[in-house]
Design a protein around this ligand. Structure first.
Ligand SMILES: Cc1ncc(COP(=O)(O)O)c(C=O)c1O
Length: 354
């Protein structure tokens, strides 16, 4: 029997997303911007208390939504929980993007915007960050005149670390009269800025959050979208009834109740980020100012060989030679001892060009 599966054009024309490397758990994981200090011990205690009865029930969202909304300083109606930050991005395609619709992104950036855009058959307009990783503000303002359905902005941006100035954000929002502006704030806690209070003034603003980074819950997959109630109500129409699992909710509540652990981690990242950038500078390695829990560095032509040597030693970094330029790499800021181990290996293996 000959079967023809009626696959969508956009799927036929793409390859499977390469799954991130496996077998990382015993390595020095400075490649995915995870919280390498681990989550609060209170999370494990809370998860251990889950009962068989609870696990057999469909999850209830009201109480956890209230708790998480309080943490973000918004009303529960302004918060939508999602299955990880990736899923908090997908909902904008379900809500706003039809095949052939335009979306706007600034690269290099988080690859999931492009990934979803390709799956949904969107027309992707791309602007580039400058050679010093400056945000292409004027290009964005001009491109908004073409009324793309969605503008995706990671703030701080991954992998450049760039943080928008408030005035830049204000100009973008004023120009975005026909565009949903998604501020992906996966790393906002490390920057000290969040656009969440701005949702009261700008109904086109949607803030996407994740519990994978500062809260250290990447394995549990919890994200959120925050927007003014009326705008978020539209996004809700595209959601399934049970998008988030109970373990993620229990873990998130425990993590938020232990704010001290998250604050300690943020301070550690900020301190080590500055120290590590200064150490790389001493080795004549160029870095870019970062507001995230990572650092973009340029080791130049000798970079790729260095990254291979480090990988052989079990040190994983995120090489960006292909999309930014030879020798570019994104380095997650880990604990002090992890960063010292990395620096020691770099010192041993890398020779700056004369
Ligand atoms: C900018 C940005 N947004 C969203 C995410 C998604 O995070 P998750 O799906 O783990 O919540 C990431 C993960 O690296 C990211 O870098």
């Amino acid at each position: 029997m000959k079967i023809h599966l009626p696959v969508r054009e956009a799927i036929l024309n793409r390859r499977t997303y390469e799954a991130p490397a496996e077998g990382r758990s015993n390595k020095l994981r400075l490649d995915f911007n995870e919280n390498t200090s681990g989550c609060s011990p209170a999370v494990r205690r809370a998860l251990a208390k889950l009962t068989s009865k609870q696990l057999a029930m469909y999850p209830e969202y009201q109480a956890p939504t209230q708790r998480i909304a309080r943490y973000f300083g918004v009303r529960p109606e302004a918060l939508l929980l999602t299955n990880g930050g990736d899923d908090a991005l997908r909902v904008f395609f379900d809500t706003f993007v039809e095949s052939g619709s335009g979306i706007l992104i600034c690269e290099p950036t988080f690859p999931m915007y492009r990934y979803y855009a390709e799956i949904y058959g969107a027309r992707i307009s791309v602007l580039r960050y400058g050679s010093e990783m400056e945000f292409p503000l004027e290009g964005v303002i001009a491109a908004l005149r073409k009324k793309p359905r969605v503008l995706f902005l990671a703030n701080p941006n991954n992998p450049t670390g760039t943080l928008l100035q408030k005035e830049e954000l204000r100009r973008i929002l004023k120009a975005a009269t026909h565009t949903a502006v998604v501020m992906d704030e996966a790393y906002a806690e490390f920057s000290g800025f969040t656009a969440i209070p701005w949702i009261r003034k700008y109904p086109q603003l949607f803030v996407a959050k994740t519990f994978s980074k500062v809260a250290g819950l990447a394995a549990l997959r919890l994200g959120a979208v925050i927007a003014c109630e009326e705008s978020l109500a539209l996004v809700r129409r595209a959601m399934p009834p049970f998008p988030v699992n109970l373990a993620a909710l229990v873990a998130a509540e425990a993590a938020l109740n232990d704010g001290a652990t998250m604050r300690r981690y943020v301070l550690q990242v900020q301190r080590l980020r500055a120290w590590f950038a200064a150490e790389l500078e001493k080795l004549n390695v160029m870095t870019y100012p970062s507001a995230g829990n990572f650092l973009l560095a340029n080791f130049g032509p000798g970079g790729p060989a260095l990254f291979q040597k480090l990988e052989k030693q079990g040190i994983l970094l995120r090489e960006r030679s292909r999309d930014i330029g030879p020798g570019f790499v994104r380095i997650t800021i880990g604990t002090q001892s992890e960063m010292q181990r990395l620096l020691k290996s770099i010192r041993k293996e890398w020779k700056a060009p004369a």
